[in-house]
Design a protein around this ligand. Structure first.
Ligand code: NAD
Length: 440
Protein backbone atom coordinates (compact mmCIF):
# COMPACT_ATOMS: atom_id res chain seq x y z
CA UNK A 1 0.00 0.00 0.00
CA UNK A 2 1.47 3.38 -0.94
CA UNK A 3 1.93 5.97 1.82
CA UNK A 4 -0.34 8.95 2.21
CA UNK A 5 1.08 12.13 0.69
CA UNK A 6 1.27 15.65 2.12
CA UNK A 7 2.44 18.71 0.18
CA UNK A 8 4.28 21.46 2.03
CA UNK A 9 4.43 24.85 0.30
CA UNK A 10 7.27 26.88 1.84
CA UNK A 11 10.04 24.87 3.50
CA UNK A 12 11.45 27.35 6.06
CA UNK A 13 11.40 27.05 9.85
CA UNK A 14 7.76 26.02 10.01
CA UNK A 15 7.37 24.20 6.66
CA UNK A 16 10.51 22.17 7.49
CA UNK A 17 9.03 21.24 10.87
CA UNK A 18 5.76 20.14 9.20
CA UNK A 19 7.70 18.10 6.63
CA UNK A 20 9.61 16.34 9.43
CA UNK A 21 6.44 15.57 11.43
CA UNK A 22 4.63 14.08 8.43
CA UNK A 23 7.69 12.12 7.21
CA UNK A 24 8.52 10.59 10.60
CA UNK A 25 4.89 9.58 11.00
CA UNK A 26 5.02 7.61 7.76
CA UNK A 27 3.65 10.07 5.18
CA UNK A 28 5.38 10.83 1.87
CA UNK A 29 6.08 14.54 1.63
CA UNK A 30 6.66 16.84 -1.34
CA UNK A 31 8.04 20.29 -0.55
CA UNK A 32 7.99 23.29 -2.86
CA UNK A 33 10.21 26.24 -1.97
CA UNK A 34 11.87 28.49 -4.59
CA UNK A 35 14.87 29.31 -2.36
CA UNK A 36 17.98 27.40 -3.57
CA UNK A 37 19.04 27.07 0.10
CA UNK A 38 15.76 25.33 0.99
CA UNK A 39 17.11 21.79 0.50
CA UNK A 40 20.06 22.39 2.83
CA UNK A 41 17.87 24.03 5.50
CA UNK A 42 15.28 21.29 5.24
CA UNK A 43 18.00 18.67 5.78
CA UNK A 44 19.10 20.46 8.96
CA UNK A 45 15.56 20.59 10.37
CA UNK A 46 15.09 16.92 9.52
CA UNK A 47 18.34 15.99 11.24
CA UNK A 48 17.18 17.74 14.40
CA UNK A 49 13.75 16.09 14.18
CA UNK A 50 15.21 12.59 13.70
CA UNK A 51 17.28 13.09 16.85
CA UNK A 52 14.32 14.27 18.93
CA UNK A 53 10.88 13.03 17.84
CA UNK A 54 11.54 9.26 18.09
CA UNK A 55 12.91 9.85 21.61
CA UNK A 56 9.38 10.72 22.76
CA UNK A 57 8.01 7.29 21.89
CA UNK A 58 8.73 4.00 23.65
CA UNK A 59 7.47 2.04 20.69
CA UNK A 60 8.66 1.88 17.11
CA UNK A 61 7.57 4.83 14.98
CA UNK A 62 6.08 3.95 11.61
CA UNK A 63 8.60 3.58 8.76
CA UNK A 64 9.48 7.10 7.63
CA UNK A 65 7.97 8.31 4.35
CA UNK A 66 9.80 9.59 1.27
CA UNK A 67 10.79 13.25 0.86
CA UNK A 68 10.86 14.93 -2.54
CA UNK A 69 11.66 18.50 -3.47
CA UNK A 70 9.15 19.45 -6.13
CA UNK A 71 10.12 21.88 -8.90
CA UNK A 72 6.67 23.55 -8.90
CA UNK A 73 3.56 23.95 -6.78
CA UNK A 74 1.60 21.90 -9.34
CA UNK A 75 3.96 18.93 -8.95
CA UNK A 76 4.10 19.22 -5.17
CA UNK A 77 0.33 19.07 -4.74
CA UNK A 78 -0.27 16.38 -7.35
CA UNK A 79 -1.77 13.35 -5.56
CA UNK A 80 -1.53 15.00 -2.12
CA UNK A 81 -4.24 14.26 0.43
CA UNK A 82 -3.42 17.41 2.42
CA UNK A 83 -1.55 20.63 1.64
CA UNK A 84 0.11 22.79 4.29
CA UNK A 85 0.95 26.36 3.28
CA UNK A 86 3.91 27.81 5.23
CA UNK A 87 5.07 30.77 3.13
CA UNK A 88 6.12 34.13 4.63
CA UNK A 89 3.46 36.08 6.52
CA UNK A 90 2.32 38.36 3.67
CA UNK A 91 -1.31 38.23 2.62
CA UNK A 92 -0.81 39.04 -1.07
CA UNK A 93 1.85 36.28 -1.33
CA UNK A 94 -0.37 33.76 0.42
CA UNK A 95 -3.24 34.67 -1.97
CA UNK A 96 -0.97 34.06 -4.99
CA UNK A 97 0.24 30.74 -3.60
CA UNK A 98 -3.26 29.54 -2.67
CA UNK A 99 -4.56 30.45 -6.16
CA UNK A 100 -1.72 28.44 -7.75
CA UNK A 101 -2.42 25.48 -5.46
CA UNK A 102 -6.14 25.52 -6.29
CA UNK A 103 -5.43 25.75 -10.05
CA UNK A 104 -4.17 22.13 -9.75
CA UNK A 105 -5.95 20.83 -6.62
CA UNK A 106 -9.17 22.83 -6.22
CA UNK A 107 -10.79 20.57 -3.62
CA UNK A 108 -7.84 19.27 -1.57
CA UNK A 109 -7.87 20.56 2.03
CA UNK A 110 -5.27 23.31 2.55
CA UNK A 111 -4.12 24.27 6.03
CA UNK A 112 -2.29 27.57 6.43
CA UNK A 113 0.37 28.05 9.12
CA UNK A 114 -0.42 31.77 9.31
CA UNK A 115 0.24 33.25 12.74
CA UNK A 116 -2.04 36.22 12.28
CA UNK A 117 -4.47 36.10 9.35
CA UNK A 118 -8.04 34.92 9.75
CA UNK A 119 -9.17 32.11 7.45
CA UNK A 120 -11.75 34.43 5.82
CA UNK A 121 -8.86 36.75 4.79
CA UNK A 122 -7.00 33.82 3.19
CA UNK A 123 -10.18 32.67 1.42
CA UNK A 124 -10.77 36.04 -0.35
CA UNK A 125 -11.17 35.49 -4.12
CA UNK A 126 -10.23 31.81 -3.79
CA UNK A 127 -11.57 29.27 -6.28
CA UNK A 128 -12.76 26.99 -3.44
CA UNK A 129 -12.85 29.04 -0.21
CA UNK A 130 -14.26 26.10 1.75
CA UNK A 131 -11.08 24.02 1.18
CA UNK A 132 -8.85 26.58 2.94
CA UNK A 133 -8.55 26.88 6.72
CA UNK A 134 -5.94 27.83 9.30
CA UNK A 135 -3.87 25.07 10.93
CA UNK A 136 -1.47 27.09 13.09
CA UNK A 137 1.38 25.06 14.66
CA UNK A 138 4.11 25.90 17.18
CA UNK A 139 7.84 25.75 16.70
CA UNK A 140 9.35 23.09 16.70
CA UNK A 141 6.40 21.61 14.81
CA UNK A 142 7.83 18.08 15.07
CA UNK A 143 7.84 18.14 18.91
CA UNK A 144 5.00 20.38 20.10
CA UNK A 145 1.57 18.78 19.77
CA UNK A 146 -0.63 21.89 19.64
CA UNK A 147 -2.18 23.00 16.35
CA UNK A 148 -4.90 25.65 16.29
CA UNK A 149 -7.52 24.70 13.71
CA UNK A 150 -9.43 27.82 12.71
CA UNK A 151 -12.30 27.63 10.23
CA UNK A 152 -14.43 30.49 8.88
CA UNK A 153 -18.17 30.27 8.10
CA UNK A 154 -17.13 29.19 4.56
CA UNK A 155 -15.76 25.87 5.90
CA UNK A 156 -18.17 23.06 6.63
CA UNK A 157 -17.84 20.79 9.67
CA UNK A 158 -16.74 17.84 7.53
CA UNK A 159 -13.49 19.49 6.42
CA UNK A 160 -12.69 20.61 9.96
CA UNK A 161 -13.18 17.03 11.19
CA UNK A 162 -11.24 15.50 8.30
CA UNK A 163 -8.25 17.81 8.77
CA UNK A 164 -8.35 17.43 12.58
CA UNK A 165 -8.38 13.63 12.23
CA UNK A 166 -5.34 13.55 9.99
CA UNK A 167 -3.49 15.94 12.31
CA UNK A 168 -4.30 13.69 15.26
CA UNK A 169 -2.86 10.82 13.22
CA UNK A 170 0.54 12.57 13.15
CA UNK A 171 0.49 13.08 16.92
CA UNK A 172 -0.94 16.59 17.10
CA UNK A 173 -3.75 17.95 19.23
CA UNK A 174 -6.09 20.14 17.18
CA UNK A 175 -7.51 23.00 19.25
CA UNK A 176 -10.67 24.03 17.42
CA UNK A 177 -10.85 27.85 17.55
CA UNK A 178 -14.57 28.40 17.42
CA UNK A 179 -14.50 32.11 16.38
CA UNK A 180 -12.00 33.42 13.88
CA UNK A 181 -9.94 36.25 15.32
CA UNK A 182 -6.63 37.93 14.37
CA UNK A 183 -3.71 35.83 15.73
CA UNK A 184 -6.05 33.04 16.97
CA UNK A 185 -5.62 32.12 20.69
CA UNK A 186 -2.05 31.31 21.73
CA UNK A 187 -0.31 34.11 19.83
CA UNK A 188 -2.54 36.64 21.61
CA UNK A 189 -0.72 35.69 24.83
CA UNK A 190 2.67 35.67 23.19
CA UNK A 191 1.97 39.12 21.78
CA UNK A 192 0.90 40.39 25.21
CA UNK A 193 4.03 39.02 26.91
CA UNK A 194 6.22 40.24 24.02
CA UNK A 195 4.87 43.82 24.20
CA UNK A 196 5.30 43.95 27.96
CA UNK A 197 8.86 42.61 27.63
CA UNK A 198 9.75 45.20 24.97
CA UNK A 199 8.58 47.97 27.28
CA UNK A 200 10.62 46.57 30.19
CA UNK A 201 13.80 46.53 28.07
CA UNK A 202 13.11 49.91 26.47
CA UNK A 203 12.42 51.54 29.85
CA UNK A 204 15.68 50.09 31.22
CA UNK A 205 13.88 47.99 33.85
CA UNK A 206 15.30 44.63 32.72
CA UNK A 207 17.62 43.13 30.12
CA UNK A 208 16.58 40.43 27.64
CA UNK A 209 18.49 37.92 29.79
CA UNK A 210 16.77 38.98 33.02
CA UNK A 211 13.37 38.67 31.33
CA UNK A 212 14.22 35.16 30.13
CA UNK A 213 15.35 34.22 33.66
CA UNK A 214 12.07 35.57 35.05
CA UNK A 215 10.21 33.21 32.71
CA UNK A 216 12.31 30.04 32.66
CA UNK A 217 13.13 29.92 36.38
CA UNK A 218 9.57 30.57 37.47
CA UNK A 219 6.21 30.82 35.78
CA UNK A 220 7.40 29.25 32.50
CA UNK A 221 7.87 25.95 34.33
CA UNK A 222 4.39 26.20 35.84
CA UNK A 223 2.81 27.05 32.50
CA UNK A 224 4.44 24.06 30.76
CA UNK A 225 2.51 21.66 32.93
CA UNK A 226 -0.65 23.43 34.12
CA UNK A 227 -1.24 26.48 31.97
CA UNK A 228 -2.65 29.72 33.39
CA UNK A 229 -5.97 29.06 35.12
CA UNK A 230 -5.05 25.83 36.89
CA UNK A 231 -1.83 27.46 38.12
CA UNK A 232 -3.71 30.49 39.50
CA UNK A 233 -6.34 28.26 41.09
CA UNK A 234 -3.60 26.65 43.18
CA UNK A 235 -2.16 30.11 43.94
CA UNK A 236 -5.50 30.89 45.62
CA UNK A 237 -4.78 28.30 48.32
CA UNK A 238 -7.55 26.10 49.72
CA UNK A 239 -10.25 28.53 48.62
CA UNK A 240 -8.99 28.19 45.04
CA UNK A 241 -9.93 30.52 42.21
CA UNK A 242 -12.42 32.59 44.21
CA UNK A 243 -9.74 33.53 46.72
CA UNK A 244 -7.24 34.20 43.96
CA UNK A 245 -9.72 36.56 42.25
CA UNK A 246 -10.52 38.29 45.54
CA UNK A 247 -6.81 38.82 46.17
CA UNK A 248 -5.66 39.88 42.73
CA UNK A 249 -8.86 41.13 41.05
CA UNK A 250 -8.46 44.66 42.45
CA UNK A 251 -4.96 44.82 40.89
CA UNK A 252 -6.65 44.95 37.49
CA UNK A 253 -7.19 48.67 38.08
CA UNK A 254 -3.54 49.22 39.15
CA UNK A 255 -0.88 50.21 36.58
CA UNK A 256 0.59 46.68 36.43
CA UNK A 257 0.82 46.56 32.67
CA UNK A 258 1.55 48.76 29.68
CA UNK A 259 -0.37 46.46 27.39
CA UNK A 260 -2.66 49.13 26.05
CA UNK A 261 0.37 51.03 24.66
CA UNK A 262 2.59 49.78 21.88
CA UNK A 263 6.30 50.62 22.15
CA UNK A 264 7.44 52.68 19.13
CA UNK A 265 9.07 50.28 16.66
CA UNK A 266 12.20 52.16 15.53
CA UNK A 267 15.92 51.57 14.94
CA UNK A 268 16.73 52.36 18.56
CA UNK A 269 14.41 49.59 19.80
CA UNK A 270 15.83 47.10 17.28
CA UNK A 271 19.42 47.90 18.30
CA UNK A 272 18.59 47.68 21.99
CA UNK A 273 16.80 44.32 21.80
CA UNK A 274 19.03 42.67 19.18
CA UNK A 275 22.21 43.92 20.90
CA UNK A 276 21.16 42.52 24.27
CA UNK A 277 20.07 39.27 22.67
CA UNK A 278 23.50 38.93 20.97
CA UNK A 279 25.21 39.53 24.30
CA UNK A 280 22.93 36.99 26.00
CA UNK A 281 22.94 34.16 23.45
CA UNK A 282 25.40 35.04 20.66
CA UNK A 283 27.95 32.49 21.90
CA UNK A 284 25.67 29.70 20.59
CA UNK A 285 24.80 29.21 16.92
CA UNK A 286 21.10 28.94 16.07
CA UNK A 287 21.46 25.21 15.26
CA UNK A 288 23.10 24.64 18.67
CA UNK A 289 20.27 26.50 20.37
CA UNK A 290 17.74 24.40 18.44
CA UNK A 291 19.39 21.19 19.63
CA UNK A 292 19.54 22.44 23.23
CA UNK A 293 15.86 23.44 23.00
CA UNK A 294 14.88 20.07 21.51
CA UNK A 295 16.66 17.96 24.09
CA UNK A 296 15.21 20.08 26.91
CA UNK A 297 11.74 19.65 25.40
CA UNK A 298 12.22 15.89 25.07
CA UNK A 299 13.20 15.72 28.76
CA UNK A 300 10.21 17.82 29.87
CA UNK A 301 7.77 15.92 27.64
CA UNK A 302 9.04 12.54 28.84
CA UNK A 303 8.71 13.66 32.47
CA UNK A 304 5.10 14.68 31.74
CA UNK A 305 4.49 11.39 29.94
CA UNK A 306 5.63 9.43 33.00
CA UNK A 307 3.02 11.40 34.96
CA UNK A 308 0.32 11.07 32.26
CA UNK A 309 -0.25 14.81 32.45
CA UNK A 310 -0.66 17.72 30.01
CA UNK A 311 1.30 17.26 26.78
CA UNK A 312 2.67 14.00 28.26
CA UNK A 313 -0.84 12.54 28.27
CA UNK A 314 -0.91 12.88 24.48
CA UNK A 315 2.34 10.91 24.23
CA UNK A 316 1.15 8.23 26.66
CA UNK A 317 -2.04 7.76 24.60
CA UNK A 318 0.03 7.52 21.43
CA UNK A 319 2.26 4.85 22.98
CA UNK A 320 -0.80 2.93 24.14
CA UNK A 321 -2.24 3.02 20.61
CA UNK A 322 1.08 1.87 19.14
CA UNK A 323 1.41 -0.88 21.77
CA UNK A 324 -1.94 -2.32 20.72
CA UNK A 325 -0.63 -3.00 17.21
CA UNK A 326 3.08 -3.43 17.92
CA UNK A 327 4.51 -6.95 17.56
CA UNK A 328 5.18 -8.60 20.93
CA UNK A 329 8.77 -9.38 19.88
CA UNK A 330 11.39 -6.92 18.66
CA UNK A 331 12.59 -3.66 20.20
CA UNK A 332 10.31 -2.25 22.89
CA UNK A 333 12.16 1.03 23.33
CA UNK A 334 13.48 3.52 20.75
CA UNK A 335 15.33 6.74 21.41
CA UNK A 336 18.55 8.63 20.89
CA UNK A 337 21.67 9.38 22.93
CA UNK A 338 20.73 12.60 24.71
CA UNK A 339 23.12 15.35 25.82
CA UNK A 340 24.56 14.46 29.23
CA UNK A 341 24.59 10.73 28.47
CA UNK A 342 28.26 10.70 27.43
CA UNK A 343 31.48 11.52 29.31
CA UNK A 344 34.17 13.98 28.19
CA UNK A 345 35.63 11.33 25.83
CA UNK A 346 32.21 10.69 24.30
CA UNK A 347 31.70 7.27 25.94
CA UNK A 348 28.16 6.37 26.97
CA UNK A 349 27.67 6.52 30.74
CA UNK A 350 26.26 3.50 32.63
CA UNK A 351 23.45 5.26 34.51
CA UNK A 352 21.61 6.55 31.43
CA UNK A 353 21.95 3.01 29.99
CA UNK A 354 20.39 1.68 33.17
CA UNK A 355 17.55 4.18 32.67
CA UNK A 356 17.03 2.88 29.13
CA UNK A 357 17.04 -0.71 30.43
CA UNK A 358 14.45 0.13 33.11
CA UNK A 359 12.14 1.87 30.66
CA UNK A 360 12.51 -1.00 28.18
CA UNK A 361 11.82 -3.58 30.91
CA UNK A 362 8.70 -1.70 31.95
CA UNK A 363 7.51 -1.45 28.33
CA UNK A 364 8.09 -5.19 27.79
CA UNK A 365 6.13 -6.06 30.94
CA UNK A 366 3.28 -3.76 29.90
CA UNK A 367 3.17 -5.40 26.47
CA UNK A 368 2.66 -8.75 28.16
CA UNK A 369 0.02 -7.39 30.46
CA UNK A 370 2.18 -7.65 33.62
CA UNK A 371 1.53 -4.62 35.77
CA UNK A 372 2.42 -6.00 39.23
CA UNK A 373 4.86 -3.74 41.08
CA UNK A 374 8.28 -5.38 40.80
CA UNK A 375 11.50 -4.49 42.59
CA UNK A 376 14.93 -4.87 40.90
CA UNK A 377 16.90 -6.95 43.41
CA UNK A 378 19.92 -7.57 41.20
CA UNK A 379 21.33 -5.66 38.23
CA UNK A 380 24.29 -6.52 36.00
CA UNK A 381 25.54 -4.51 33.05
CA UNK A 382 28.10 -5.26 30.36
CA UNK A 383 29.06 -2.42 28.06
CA UNK A 384 30.31 -3.46 24.62
CA UNK A 385 30.52 -0.25 22.57
CA UNK A 386 29.76 3.45 22.72
CA UNK A 387 27.38 5.59 20.70
CA UNK A 388 27.68 9.32 20.01
CA UNK A 389 25.25 11.99 21.14
CA UNK A 390 22.23 11.97 18.84
CA UNK A 391 22.84 8.34 17.69
CA UNK A 392 19.75 6.09 17.58
CA UNK A 393 19.27 3.54 20.35
CA UNK A 394 16.85 0.67 20.64
CA UNK A 395 16.30 -1.92 23.36
CA UNK A 396 15.00 -5.48 23.12
CA UNK A 397 13.91 -7.46 26.18
CA UNK A 398 14.07 -11.20 26.71
CA UNK A 399 12.46 -13.08 29.58
CA UNK A 400 9.28 -11.07 30.14
CA UNK A 401 7.17 -14.02 28.95
CA UNK A 402 8.51 -16.39 31.62
CA UNK A 403 5.23 -16.27 33.53
CA UNK A 404 4.78 -15.12 37.08
CA UNK A 405 7.46 -13.11 38.90
CA UNK A 406 10.23 -13.33 40.06
CA UNK A 407 11.54 -12.64 36.56
CA UNK A 408 14.99 -12.31 35.06
CA UNK A 409 14.96 -9.87 32.14
CA UNK A 410 17.84 -9.55 29.70
CA UNK A 411 17.86 -6.16 27.98
CA UNK A 412 19.97 -5.71 24.85
CA UNK A 413 20.67 -2.09 23.90
CA UNK A 414 21.74 -1.49 20.28
CA UNK A 415 22.69 1.48 18.16
CA UNK A 416 21.85 0.53 14.57
CA UNK A 417 23.73 -2.78 14.02
CA UNK A 418 26.06 -2.36 17.02
CA UNK A 419 25.39 -3.94 20.43
CA UNK A 420 26.04 -1.16 22.94
CA UNK A 421 25.24 -2.91 26.23
CA UNK A 422 23.46 -5.82 27.87
CA UNK A 423 21.70 -5.42 31.18
CA UNK A 424 20.27 -8.22 33.30
CA UNK A 425 17.59 -7.26 35.81
CA UNK A 426 16.24 -9.68 38.40
CA UNK A 427 12.81 -8.50 39.49
CA UNK A 428 10.96 -9.70 42.58
CA UNK A 429 7.38 -8.94 43.55
CA UNK A 430 7.43 -5.88 45.81
CA UNK A 431 6.47 -6.21 49.47
CA UNK A 432 2.75 -5.67 49.63
CA UNK A 433 2.04 -2.26 51.15
CA UNK A 434 5.40 -1.77 52.92
CA UNK A 435 5.17 -0.11 56.32
CA UNK A 436 7.54 2.76 57.09
CA UNK A 437 10.33 1.58 59.43
CA UNK A 438 10.91 3.56 62.55
CA UNK A 439 14.51 3.65 63.82
CA UNK A 440 14.84 3.90 67.56
N1 NAD B 1 8.40 31.01 12.98
C1 NAD B 1 7.44 30.70 13.85
O1 NAD B 1 7.68 30.56 15.05
C2 NAD B 1 6.03 30.45 13.35
C3 NAD B 1 5.17 29.72 14.20
C4 NAD B 1 3.89 29.40 13.73
C5 NAD B 1 3.49 29.84 12.46
N2 NAD B 1 4.33 30.57 11.68
C6 NAD B 1 3.85 30.98 10.35
O2 NAD B 1 4.41 30.09 9.39
C7 NAD B 1 4.57 30.75 8.14
C8 NAD B 1 6.02 30.58 7.69
O3 NAD B 1 6.87 31.15 8.66
P1 NAD B 1 8.41 30.70 8.83
O4 NAD B 1 8.81 31.18 10.18
O5 NAD B 1 8.58 29.28 8.48
O6 NAD B 1 9.11 31.61 7.71
P2 NAD B 1 10.47 31.31 6.94
O7 NAD B 1 10.90 32.62 6.39
O8 NAD B 1 11.41 30.54 7.79
O9 NAD B 1 10.02 30.34 5.76
C9 NAD B 1 9.23 30.75 4.68
C10 NAD B 1 9.66 29.93 3.47
O10 NAD B 1 8.77 30.18 2.39
C11 NAD B 1 9.54 30.21 1.21
N3 NAD B 1 8.80 30.91 0.15
C12 NAD B 1 8.82 32.23 -0.17
N4 NAD B 1 8.00 32.44 -1.24
C13 NAD B 1 7.46 31.24 -1.57
C14 NAD B 1 6.55 30.81 -2.58
N5 NAD B 1 6.04 31.67 -3.46
N6 NAD B 1 6.22 29.50 -2.64
C15 NAD B 1 6.75 28.62 -1.75
N7 NAD B 1 7.62 28.98 -0.78
C16 NAD B 1 7.97 30.27 -0.70
C17 NAD B 1 10.84 30.89 1.62
O11 NAD B 1 11.88 30.59 0.68
C18 NAD B 1 11.07 30.30 2.99
O12 NAD B 1 11.88 29.13 2.93
C19 NAD B 1 4.15 32.20 8.36
O13 NAD B 1 2.83 32.36 7.94
C20 NAD B 1 4.25 32.37 9.89
O14 NAD B 1 3.35 33.33 10.39
C21 NAD B 1 5.61 30.88 12.10
Amino acid sequence: MSARKAAIIGGGVIGGGWAARFLLNGWDVAVFDPDPAAERMLAQVLENARAALPALSDLPMPDAGKLTLAPSIAEAVDGAEFIQESTPERLELKHRVLAEVQATAPDTPIGSSTSGYKPSQLQQNARTPGAILVTHPFNPVYLLPLVEVVPSPANNGAIVEKVSALLRGIGMVPLHVRKEIDAHIADRFLEAVWREALWLVRDGVATTEEIDEAIRLGFGLRWAQMGLFETFRIAGGEAGMRHFLAQFGPCLSLPWTRLTDVPPYDDALVELIAGQSDAQSGAHGIRDLERIRDSNLVGILRALKARDWGAGRVLAAQDAARAATAPVDGPVWHGTVLPGWTDAEGALLPLPLLGVASEAAQAALRRRGIDAPLVPVETRMTRHASAARGAPLSATVDGADAGTPPLTLRVAIDSAETRVAEVTLRLDPSDADPQPQRSE
